[in-house]
Write a protein that binds this ligand. Sequence first.
Ligand SMILES: Cc1ncc(COP(=O)(O)O)c(C=O)c1O
Length: 477
Amino acid sequence: MEALWERLVQWEKSGALPFHMPGHKRNRTLAPYLDALSAGLDVTEIPGFDDLHAPEEILKLAMERAARLYGSEDAYFLVNGSTGGILAGIRAATRRGDRVLVARACHKAVYHALELCALQPIYLQQDCLDEFACPASLAVEQVEEALGEHPDIRLVILTSPSYEGVCSDIPSIVEAAHRRGVPVFVDEAHGAHLGLGGGFPPGAVAAGADLVVQSFHKTLPSLTQTAMLHRSGTLVSREELTRQLGIFQTSSPSYLLLASLEGCVSLLEQRGEDLLQEWRGRLHRFDQGVHGLTHLRLLPGTERGVFARDPSKIVIGTKGSGMTGLALSQRLRQEFGIQLEMAAQPYAIAMTGMGDTDQAMEKLKEALLTIDGSCQGEGDGTPLLELPLPKSCLSMEEALTRPFRLCPWEEASEQLAAESIWAYPPGIPLVVPGEVISAAMLAALSQRKAVGVNLISTRGDLNQGIAVVDSDTFFAE
Ligand SMILES: Cc1ncc(COP(=O)(O)O)c(C=O)c1O
Protein backbone atom coordinates (compact mmCIF):
# COMPACT_ATOMS: atom_id res chain seq x y z
CA MET A 1 0.00 0.00 0.00
CA GLU A 2 1.29 3.47 -0.82
CA ALA A 3 2.19 5.90 1.95
CA LEU A 4 -0.28 8.62 2.88
CA TRP A 5 1.92 11.34 1.41
CA GLU A 6 2.17 9.40 -1.84
CA ARG A 7 -1.60 9.16 -1.98
CA LEU A 8 -1.84 12.91 -1.47
CA VAL A 9 0.62 13.55 -4.30
CA GLN A 10 -1.42 11.28 -6.56
CA TRP A 11 -4.58 13.11 -5.59
CA GLU A 12 -3.02 16.49 -6.43
CA LYS A 13 -1.89 15.11 -9.79
CA SER A 14 -5.44 13.95 -10.58
CA GLY A 15 -6.33 17.62 -11.00
CA ALA A 16 -9.87 17.23 -9.57
CA LEU A 17 -11.45 20.67 -9.35
CA PRO A 18 -11.95 21.47 -5.64
CA PHE A 19 -15.33 22.95 -4.74
CA HIS A 20 -14.62 22.10 -1.12
CA MET A 21 -12.38 23.26 1.71
CA PRO A 22 -9.74 24.65 2.04
CA GLY A 23 -10.53 28.06 0.62
CA HIS A 24 -7.09 28.64 -0.93
CA LYS A 25 -7.99 26.11 -3.67
CA ARG A 26 -4.25 25.50 -4.25
CA ASN A 27 -4.08 28.97 -5.82
CA ARG A 28 -0.36 29.69 -5.61
CA THR A 29 -0.57 33.00 -7.44
CA LEU A 30 -3.02 34.39 -4.94
CA ALA A 31 -1.20 33.16 -1.85
CA PRO A 32 2.52 32.58 -2.58
CA TYR A 33 3.14 32.39 1.17
CA LEU A 34 1.37 29.01 1.20
CA ASP A 35 3.71 27.60 -1.43
CA ALA A 36 6.75 28.75 0.51
CA LEU A 37 5.79 26.71 3.59
CA SER A 38 7.93 23.60 3.63
CA ALA A 39 9.72 21.18 5.93
CA GLY A 40 12.53 23.69 6.35
CA LEU A 41 10.14 26.11 8.05
CA ASP A 42 8.46 23.49 10.22
CA VAL A 43 9.33 24.66 13.73
CA THR A 44 7.45 25.47 16.86
CA GLU A 45 8.33 28.00 19.55
CA ILE A 46 12.09 28.51 19.24
CA PRO A 47 13.95 31.64 20.37
CA GLY A 48 13.22 34.61 18.16
CA PHE A 49 9.76 33.44 17.12
CA ASP A 50 7.54 34.57 19.97
CA ASP A 51 5.11 32.33 21.93
CA LEU A 52 1.48 31.80 20.91
CA HIS A 53 0.44 31.42 24.55
CA ALA A 54 2.30 34.50 25.82
CA PRO A 55 2.81 36.61 22.71
CA GLU A 56 5.01 39.67 22.96
CA GLU A 57 6.35 40.36 19.54
CA ILE A 58 5.69 39.10 15.98
CA LEU A 59 2.61 36.99 16.90
CA LYS A 60 1.23 39.69 19.22
CA LEU A 61 1.50 42.27 16.45
CA ALA A 62 -0.08 39.91 13.92
CA MET A 63 -3.04 39.19 16.22
CA GLU A 64 -3.47 42.91 16.92
CA ARG A 65 -3.56 43.55 13.19
CA ALA A 66 -6.19 40.82 12.80
CA ALA A 67 -8.31 42.40 15.56
CA ARG A 68 -8.08 45.79 13.83
CA LEU A 69 -9.05 44.26 10.50
CA TYR A 70 -12.25 42.71 11.85
CA GLY A 71 -12.95 45.36 14.50
CA SER A 72 -12.71 43.11 17.57
CA GLU A 73 -10.91 43.98 20.79
CA ASP A 74 -8.77 40.83 20.81
CA ALA A 75 -8.06 38.27 18.11
CA TYR A 76 -6.41 34.92 18.81
CA PHE A 77 -4.78 32.66 16.23
CA LEU A 78 -6.03 29.08 16.46
CA VAL A 79 -4.12 26.06 15.18
CA ASN A 80 -6.71 23.34 15.77
CA GLY A 81 -9.54 24.89 13.88
CA SER A 82 -12.66 26.60 15.13
CA THR A 83 -13.09 23.51 17.30
CA GLY A 84 -10.40 24.71 19.74
CA GLY A 85 -11.91 28.20 19.84
CA ILE A 86 -15.38 26.81 20.50
CA LEU A 87 -14.20 24.72 23.45
CA ALA A 88 -12.08 27.51 24.93
CA GLY A 89 -14.62 30.28 24.29
CA ILE A 90 -17.61 28.48 25.75
CA ARG A 91 -15.63 27.36 28.78
CA ALA A 92 -14.35 30.90 29.38
CA ALA A 93 -17.84 32.39 29.16
CA THR A 94 -19.58 29.96 31.52
CA ARG A 95 -19.26 28.21 34.85
CA ARG A 96 -19.79 24.49 35.29
CA GLY A 97 -23.50 23.66 35.31
CA ASP A 98 -24.69 26.99 33.85
CA ARG A 99 -27.83 27.16 31.78
CA VAL A 100 -27.15 28.18 28.15
CA LEU A 101 -29.30 28.91 25.11
CA VAL A 102 -28.15 26.88 22.10
CA ALA A 103 -29.36 26.83 18.50
CA ARG A 104 -29.90 23.13 17.88
CA ALA A 105 -28.25 23.26 14.45
CA CYS A 106 -24.79 23.78 15.93
CA HIS A 107 -21.70 21.78 15.01
CA LYS A 108 -20.73 18.87 17.26
CA ALA A 109 -17.84 20.91 18.71
CA VAL A 110 -20.46 23.02 20.52
CA TYR A 111 -22.03 19.86 21.98
CA HIS A 112 -18.59 18.72 23.10
CA ALA A 113 -18.22 22.02 24.96
CA LEU A 114 -21.64 21.49 26.58
CA GLU A 115 -20.54 18.06 27.73
CA LEU A 116 -17.13 19.16 29.00
CA CYS A 117 -18.55 22.11 30.95
CA ALA A 118 -21.62 20.15 32.17
CA LEU A 119 -23.83 22.95 30.82
CA GLN A 120 -27.62 22.74 30.82
CA PRO A 121 -28.74 23.57 27.30
CA ILE A 122 -32.08 25.04 26.31
CA TYR A 123 -32.23 24.19 22.62
CA LEU A 124 -33.81 26.36 19.96
CA GLN A 125 -35.02 24.40 16.97
CA GLN A 126 -34.77 26.38 13.74
CA ASP A 127 -37.38 26.07 11.01
CA CYS A 128 -36.47 23.99 8.01
CA LEU A 129 -36.28 25.41 4.47
CA ASP A 130 -38.85 23.25 2.69
CA GLU A 131 -37.23 22.52 -0.61
CA PHE A 132 -33.67 22.26 0.66
CA ALA A 133 -34.42 20.57 4.01
CA CYS A 134 -31.74 22.61 5.78
CA PRO A 135 -32.02 25.01 8.76
CA ALA A 136 -33.51 28.45 8.22
CA SER A 137 -32.21 31.52 10.10
CA LEU A 138 -32.65 31.46 13.86
CA ALA A 139 -35.69 33.62 14.66
CA VAL A 140 -34.99 36.56 16.97
CA GLU A 141 -38.41 36.02 18.61
CA GLN A 142 -37.35 32.52 19.68
CA VAL A 143 -34.27 33.94 21.37
CA GLU A 144 -36.26 36.74 23.04
CA GLU A 145 -38.86 34.31 24.29
CA ALA A 146 -36.35 31.82 25.72
CA LEU A 147 -34.34 34.56 27.41
CA GLY A 148 -37.55 35.88 28.99
CA GLU A 149 -38.59 32.42 30.14
CA HIS A 150 -35.19 31.45 31.59
CA PRO A 151 -33.64 34.45 33.32
CA ASP A 152 -30.71 32.26 34.49
CA ILE A 153 -29.33 31.80 30.96
CA ARG A 154 -25.62 32.68 30.99
CA LEU A 155 -24.68 32.43 27.31
CA VAL A 156 -26.34 32.34 23.88
CA ILE A 157 -24.64 30.09 21.31
CA LEU A 158 -25.51 29.98 17.61
CA THR A 159 -24.05 29.33 14.17
CA SER A 160 -24.16 31.97 11.45
CA PRO A 161 -23.63 31.53 8.55
CA SER A 162 -24.66 27.90 8.40
CA TYR A 163 -23.04 25.25 6.24
CA GLU A 164 -25.51 26.33 3.56
CA GLY A 165 -24.64 30.02 3.98
CA VAL A 166 -27.83 30.94 5.83
CA CYS A 167 -27.18 33.92 8.14
CA SER A 168 -29.22 34.93 11.18
CA ASP A 169 -30.04 38.42 12.39
CA ILE A 170 -27.03 38.67 14.71
CA PRO A 171 -27.42 42.41 15.56
CA SER A 172 -30.95 41.82 16.92
CA ILE A 173 -29.98 38.60 18.74
CA VAL A 174 -27.01 40.34 20.35
CA GLU A 175 -29.20 43.29 21.30
CA ALA A 176 -31.76 40.97 22.95
CA ALA A 177 -29.07 39.12 24.90
CA HIS A 178 -27.11 42.19 25.94
CA ARG A 179 -30.27 43.84 27.26
CA ARG A 180 -30.19 41.06 29.88
CA GLY A 181 -26.41 41.13 30.34
CA VAL A 182 -25.98 37.80 28.54
CA PRO A 183 -22.99 37.32 26.20
CA VAL A 184 -23.33 35.82 22.71
CA PHE A 185 -21.01 33.28 21.08
CA VAL A 186 -21.29 33.12 17.30
CA ASP A 187 -19.83 30.16 15.45
CA GLU A 188 -18.84 31.96 12.25
CA ALA A 189 -16.66 29.04 11.14
CA HIS A 190 -18.03 29.39 7.61
CA GLY A 191 -17.80 33.18 7.51
CA ALA A 192 -14.19 34.30 7.99
CA HIS A 193 -14.67 36.34 4.81
CA LEU A 194 -17.71 38.23 6.17
CA GLY A 195 -17.58 41.78 7.49
CA LEU A 196 -14.69 42.79 5.26
CA GLY A 197 -16.72 44.41 2.47
CA GLY A 198 -16.65 43.35 -1.15
CA GLY A 199 -20.40 42.80 -1.24
CA PHE A 200 -20.53 39.93 1.26
CA PRO A 201 -22.84 40.19 4.30
CA PRO A 202 -21.65 41.90 7.49
CA GLY A 203 -20.04 39.72 10.15
CA ALA A 204 -20.80 38.92 13.77
CA VAL A 205 -17.94 40.98 15.23
CA ALA A 206 -19.45 44.20 13.88
CA ALA A 207 -22.84 43.09 15.21
CA GLY A 208 -21.40 43.22 18.74
CA ALA A 209 -21.07 39.49 19.46
CA ASP A 210 -18.84 38.87 22.47
CA LEU A 211 -17.07 35.83 21.04
CA VAL A 212 -16.80 34.94 17.34
CA VAL A 213 -14.90 32.00 15.93
CA GLN A 214 -13.91 31.78 12.25
CA SER A 215 -12.30 28.91 10.34
CA PHE A 216 -9.86 30.75 8.09
CA HIS A 217 -9.15 27.50 6.27
CA LYS A 218 -12.74 27.06 5.09
CA THR A 219 -13.02 30.06 2.79
CA LEU A 220 -9.77 32.06 2.87
CA PRO A 221 -6.25 31.33 1.59
CA SER A 222 -4.90 29.75 4.78
CA LEU A 223 -3.87 26.20 5.67
CA THR A 224 -6.29 23.58 6.99
CA GLN A 225 -6.77 23.85 10.79
CA THR A 226 -6.15 27.60 10.89
CA ALA A 227 -8.85 29.67 12.56
CA MET A 228 -9.39 32.83 14.61
CA LEU A 229 -11.25 33.63 17.81
CA HIS A 230 -12.41 37.22 18.44
CA ARG A 231 -13.34 38.67 21.84
CA SER A 232 -15.00 42.01 22.45
CA GLY A 233 -16.81 43.82 25.28
CA THR A 234 -16.79 43.25 29.01
CA LEU A 235 -18.97 40.17 29.43
CA VAL A 236 -16.23 37.59 28.76
CA SER A 237 -12.95 37.91 30.63
CA ARG A 238 -9.81 38.26 28.52
CA GLU A 239 -7.70 36.55 31.20
CA GLU A 240 -10.01 33.55 31.44
CA LEU A 241 -10.20 33.22 27.68
CA THR A 242 -6.40 33.26 27.40
CA ARG A 243 -6.20 30.61 30.13
CA GLN A 244 -8.71 28.38 28.37
CA LEU A 245 -6.89 28.72 25.03
CA GLY A 246 -3.81 27.46 26.85
CA ILE A 247 -5.80 24.40 27.86
CA PHE A 248 -7.38 23.60 24.50
CA GLN A 249 -4.53 24.51 22.15
CA THR A 250 -1.31 22.55 21.75
CA SER A 251 1.83 23.86 23.47
CA SER A 252 3.71 23.15 20.20
CA PRO A 253 1.83 25.18 17.57
CA SER A 254 2.98 24.64 14.01
CA TYR A 255 4.63 27.75 12.62
CA LEU A 256 3.58 26.66 9.15
CA LEU A 257 -0.03 27.12 10.28
CA LEU A 258 0.74 30.37 12.09
CA ALA A 259 2.65 31.75 9.09
CA SER A 260 -0.26 30.96 6.78
CA LEU A 261 -2.66 32.75 9.14
CA GLU A 262 -0.40 35.77 9.36
CA GLY A 263 0.13 35.72 5.60
CA CYS A 264 -3.61 35.63 5.07
CA VAL A 265 -4.13 38.57 7.44
CA SER A 266 -1.53 40.57 5.46
CA LEU A 267 -3.20 39.64 2.18
CA LEU A 268 -6.58 40.80 3.52
CA GLU A 269 -5.07 44.05 4.82
CA GLN A 270 -3.38 44.83 1.52
CA ARG A 271 -5.83 43.52 -1.07
CA GLY A 272 -8.84 42.23 0.87
CA GLU A 273 -11.51 44.54 -0.51
CA ASP A 274 -10.38 43.98 -4.13
CA LEU A 275 -10.11 40.21 -3.77
CA LEU A 276 -13.52 39.99 -2.12
CA GLN A 277 -15.05 42.09 -4.89
CA GLU A 278 -13.48 39.87 -7.53
CA TRP A 279 -14.81 36.76 -5.76
CA ARG A 280 -18.27 38.35 -5.49
CA GLY A 281 -18.07 39.21 -9.19
CA ARG A 282 -17.25 35.58 -10.09
CA LEU A 283 -20.26 34.45 -8.06
CA HIS A 284 -22.48 37.02 -9.72
CA ARG A 285 -21.40 35.94 -13.21
CA PHE A 286 -21.91 32.31 -12.22
CA ASP A 287 -25.46 33.12 -11.05
CA GLN A 288 -26.21 34.81 -14.33
CA GLY A 289 -24.67 31.94 -16.27
CA VAL A 290 -26.89 29.32 -14.63
CA HIS A 291 -30.03 31.38 -14.98
CA GLY A 292 -31.35 28.93 -17.54
CA LEU A 293 -31.35 25.90 -15.23
CA THR A 294 -34.72 24.21 -15.49
CA HIS A 295 -34.50 21.20 -13.16
CA LEU A 296 -31.78 22.12 -10.70
CA ARG A 297 -32.42 25.19 -8.54
CA LEU A 298 -29.92 27.27 -6.56
CA LEU A 299 -30.81 28.44 -3.06
CA PRO A 300 -31.43 32.17 -3.57
CA GLY A 301 -30.60 34.99 -1.18
CA THR A 302 -34.22 35.83 -0.71
CA GLU A 303 -35.73 32.48 0.31
CA ARG A 304 -38.49 32.69 2.95
CA GLY A 305 -37.02 32.10 6.42
CA VAL A 306 -33.60 33.34 5.36
CA PHE A 307 -32.52 36.61 7.01
CA ALA A 308 -29.46 36.94 4.78
CA ARG A 309 -27.36 34.62 2.61
CA ASP A 310 -23.66 34.25 2.15
CA PRO A 311 -23.44 33.76 -1.64
CA SER A 312 -20.12 31.91 -1.40
CA LYS A 313 -21.95 28.63 -0.75
CA ILE A 314 -23.57 27.41 -3.97
CA VAL A 315 -26.42 25.24 -2.74
CA ILE A 316 -27.82 23.22 -5.65
CA GLY A 317 -31.33 21.90 -5.02
CA THR A 318 -32.27 18.71 -6.89
CA LYS A 319 -35.95 18.45 -5.96
CA GLY A 320 -38.01 17.48 -8.99
CA SER A 321 -34.91 16.89 -11.12
CA GLY A 322 -35.06 13.11 -11.07
CA MET A 323 -31.89 12.72 -9.03
CA THR A 324 -30.71 13.27 -5.50
CA GLY A 325 -27.96 15.62 -4.35
CA LEU A 326 -25.80 12.54 -3.80
CA ALA A 327 -26.31 11.44 -7.42
CA LEU A 328 -25.55 14.96 -8.68
CA SER A 329 -22.33 15.03 -6.69
CA GLN A 330 -21.35 11.65 -8.11
CA ARG A 331 -21.99 12.74 -11.69
CA LEU A 332 -19.97 15.91 -11.21
CA ARG A 333 -17.06 13.87 -9.88
CA GLN A 334 -17.17 11.04 -12.40
CA GLU A 335 -18.06 12.92 -15.56
CA PHE A 336 -16.50 16.34 -14.96
CA GLY A 337 -13.72 15.84 -12.38
CA ILE A 338 -15.44 18.26 -9.99
CA GLN A 339 -15.42 17.44 -6.29
CA LEU A 340 -18.17 19.11 -4.23
CA GLU A 341 -18.02 19.85 -0.49
CA MET A 342 -21.11 17.89 0.49
CA ALA A 343 -24.18 16.16 -0.83
CA ALA A 344 -27.45 15.33 0.85
CA GLN A 345 -30.78 13.97 -0.38
CA PRO A 346 -32.33 17.15 -1.80
CA TYR A 347 -29.23 19.27 -2.46
CA ALA A 348 -25.47 19.44 -2.84
CA ILE A 349 -23.04 22.22 -1.92
CA ALA A 350 -20.24 23.65 -4.02
CA MET A 351 -18.11 25.59 -1.56
CA THR A 352 -16.32 28.49 -3.17
CA GLY A 353 -13.36 30.27 -1.65
CA MET A 354 -11.19 33.28 -2.25
CA GLY A 355 -8.80 31.04 -4.19
CA ASP A 356 -11.26 29.99 -6.91
CA THR A 357 -10.59 31.12 -10.45
CA ASP A 358 -12.84 32.25 -13.31
CA GLN A 359 -11.98 29.02 -15.15
CA ALA A 360 -13.05 26.85 -12.20
CA MET A 361 -16.39 28.68 -11.94
CA GLU A 362 -16.89 28.38 -15.69
CA LYS A 363 -16.31 24.60 -15.54
CA LEU A 364 -18.81 24.22 -12.71
CA LYS A 365 -21.37 26.29 -14.61
CA GLU A 366 -20.94 24.27 -17.82
CA ALA A 367 -21.16 20.97 -15.93
CA LEU A 368 -24.37 22.00 -14.14
CA LEU A 369 -25.98 23.19 -17.37
CA THR A 370 -25.06 19.91 -19.09
CA ILE A 371 -26.40 17.78 -16.24
CA ASP A 372 -29.52 19.93 -16.03
CA GLY A 373 -30.11 19.39 -19.74
CA SER A 374 -30.02 15.63 -19.26
CA CYS A 375 -32.40 15.59 -16.27
CA GLN A 376 -35.62 13.65 -16.71
CA GLY A 377 -37.45 15.43 -13.90
CA GLU A 378 -39.33 14.07 -10.89
CA GLY A 379 -38.42 10.78 -9.18
CA ASP A 380 -35.94 12.45 -6.85
CA GLY A 381 -36.78 10.17 -3.92
CA THR A 382 -39.16 10.71 -1.05
CA PRO A 383 -38.71 13.97 0.88
CA LEU A 384 -36.68 13.58 4.04
CA LEU A 385 -38.66 13.15 7.25
CA GLU A 386 -38.41 16.06 9.65
CA LEU A 387 -36.09 15.65 12.62
CA PRO A 388 -37.98 16.35 15.85
CA LEU A 389 -36.29 18.06 18.80
CA PRO A 390 -35.65 15.14 21.17
CA LYS A 391 -36.69 15.15 24.82
CA SER A 392 -33.77 14.99 27.21
CA CYS A 393 -33.90 12.75 30.30
CA LEU A 394 -30.28 12.73 31.44
CA SER A 395 -27.41 15.18 31.08
CA MET A 396 -24.91 14.21 28.40
CA GLU A 397 -22.23 13.69 31.02
CA GLU A 398 -24.42 11.36 33.04
CA ALA A 399 -25.70 9.40 30.06
CA LEU A 400 -22.13 8.82 28.90
CA THR A 401 -21.05 7.36 32.22
CA ARG A 402 -23.98 4.89 32.50
CA PRO A 403 -23.67 1.28 31.33
CA PHE A 404 -24.83 1.01 27.71
CA ARG A 405 -25.68 -1.68 25.20
CA LEU A 406 -25.87 -1.82 21.40
CA CYS A 407 -29.54 -1.90 20.53
CA PRO A 408 -30.74 -3.15 17.09
CA TRP A 409 -32.37 -0.35 15.08
CA GLU A 410 -35.78 -2.04 15.09
CA GLU A 411 -35.81 -1.95 18.91
CA ALA A 412 -34.32 1.50 19.53
CA SER A 413 -37.61 3.41 19.71
CA GLU A 414 -38.14 5.14 23.10
CA GLN A 415 -34.63 4.16 24.27
CA LEU A 416 -32.21 6.70 25.77
CA ALA A 417 -29.28 7.46 23.49
CA ALA A 418 -25.85 6.71 24.94
CA GLU A 419 -24.07 8.26 21.97
CA SER A 420 -24.39 11.14 19.55
CA ILE A 421 -25.46 10.55 15.95
CA TRP A 422 -24.78 13.04 13.21
CA ALA A 423 -24.70 13.24 9.44
CA TYR A 424 -21.22 14.06 8.17
CA PRO A 425 -20.93 16.55 6.72
CA PRO A 426 -22.21 18.86 8.22
CA GLY A 427 -21.51 17.33 11.67
CA ILE A 428 -24.64 18.63 13.39
CA PRO A 429 -25.81 16.11 16.03
CA LEU A 430 -29.33 14.78 15.49
CA VAL A 431 -29.45 12.95 18.83
CA VAL A 432 -27.10 13.37 21.79
CA PRO A 433 -26.53 11.17 24.85
CA GLY A 434 -29.35 11.35 27.39
CA GLU A 435 -32.03 12.08 24.77
CA VAL A 436 -34.99 9.85 24.00
CA ILE A 437 -34.92 8.28 20.53
CA SER A 438 -38.58 8.76 19.72
CA ALA A 439 -40.35 6.70 17.03
CA ALA A 440 -40.37 9.82 14.80
CA MET A 441 -36.61 10.33 15.30
CA LEU A 442 -35.89 6.67 14.63
CA ALA A 443 -37.92 6.82 11.42
CA ALA A 444 -36.08 9.97 10.30
CA LEU A 445 -32.67 8.44 11.07
CA SER A 446 -33.53 5.11 9.39
CA GLN A 447 -34.70 6.91 6.28
CA ARG A 448 -31.50 8.94 6.07
CA LYS A 449 -29.41 5.80 6.51
CA ALA A 450 -31.41 4.05 3.78
CA VAL A 451 -30.92 6.83 1.21
CA GLY A 452 -27.16 6.87 1.76
CA VAL A 453 -26.69 9.84 4.12
CA ASN A 454 -23.36 9.31 5.89
CA LEU A 455 -24.56 8.82 9.47
CA ILE A 456 -21.82 8.62 12.08
CA SER A 457 -22.01 7.92 15.79
CA THR A 458 -19.68 8.51 18.70
CA ARG A 459 -19.14 4.82 19.33
CA GLY A 460 -18.89 4.23 15.59
CA ASP A 461 -20.92 1.06 15.25
CA LEU A 462 -24.20 2.18 13.69
CA ASN A 463 -24.39 -0.84 11.38
CA GLN A 464 -24.54 -3.06 14.45
CA GLY A 465 -27.08 -0.87 16.27
CA ILE A 466 -27.44 2.30 18.34
CA ALA A 467 -25.73 2.58 21.73
CA VAL A 468 -28.46 3.16 24.33
CA VAL A 469 -28.37 3.57 28.08
CA ASP A 470 -28.92 0.16 29.63
CA SER A 471 -32.58 0.38 30.63
CA ASP A 472 -32.14 -2.18 33.43
CA THR A 473 -29.94 0.28 35.27
CA PHE A 474 -31.77 3.42 34.16
CA PHE A 475 -35.40 2.56 34.77
CA ALA A 476 -34.64 0.56 37.92
CA GLU A 477 -33.86 3.84 39.71
C1 LIG B 1 -20.52 25.29 11.72
C2 LIG B 1 -19.17 24.70 12.06
N1 LIG B 1 -18.59 25.05 13.21
C3 LIG B 1 -17.39 24.55 13.57
C4 LIG B 1 -16.73 23.65 12.78
C5 LIG B 1 -15.39 23.14 13.20
O1 LIG B 1 -14.42 23.87 12.51
P1 LIG B 1 -12.92 23.37 12.36
O2 LIG B 1 -12.94 22.25 11.37
O3 LIG B 1 -12.20 24.57 11.85
O4 LIG B 1 -12.46 22.93 13.70
C6 LIG B 1 -17.30 23.25 11.56
C7 LIG B 1 -16.61 22.29 10.69
O5 LIG B 1 -17.04 21.90 9.65
C8 LIG B 1 -18.57 23.77 11.20
O6 LIG B 1 -19.18 23.41 10.05
